[in-house]
Design a protein around this ligand. Sequence first.
Ligand code: URA
Length: 230
Amino acid sequence: MRLDFFIANATELSRKESKRAIGQGRVQLEGECCRQPATKVRSTANVSLDGQALSLAGERYLMLNKPPGVISATADSQQPTVLDLLPPEERHGLHIVGRLDKDTTGLLLLTTDGQWSHRITAPRSNCGKTYRATLAEPLSDRDIQELEAGVMLKDEPEPTLPATVRTVGEMTIELTLSEGRYHQVKRMLAAVGNRVISLHRIRIGDIALDGSLSPGEYRELTADEVASVQ
Ligand code: URA
């Protein structure tokens, strides 16, 4: 589609205002200023206006650096939720893509796009989730092999799917999972006789937690990040 059409669809600007904004050099396409309203762009192109990433169809995609002590819910009468971290005008229609425990920190995705979030959370999705875990005890080579091959979790009939473990320090690992069972990381470590002291999600598929976000801060995903979820 034409760039001016993209802008008019993704913002509240009219087609005429979109053309003017493009002419004024306020629009970037794939990181470069573009002044030609007729330029052809894909619907998933990386387009920004005044430095703000845009996406079509009004769908919204955010990443949040979840702090400890807030729950992964959109509303709760007792406890603070991750949505309480956003200004009220940002909250409308958002849902959480893959919950984190109250004490777990790090990458949480929020979107209005149900099909997109399903591609991340569906049981057969190939979208790896990477957690950095600090443990109570060092892991043996045998523990690592078991975690990678699949372990039996308490009260579950099937072993966990193959995972990868990267050793980061004596008591710190990065564990990448391709499924998302209840308290999965903590239960996997319990299955090999260990205990998770702290847990931080650093990546979902190709989307890495932005290191410039302090706990509790959020930002829009870039068009490339949105398009990376197939
Ligand atoms: N696994 C857990 O045990 N907790 C989380 O919050 C996420 C994955």
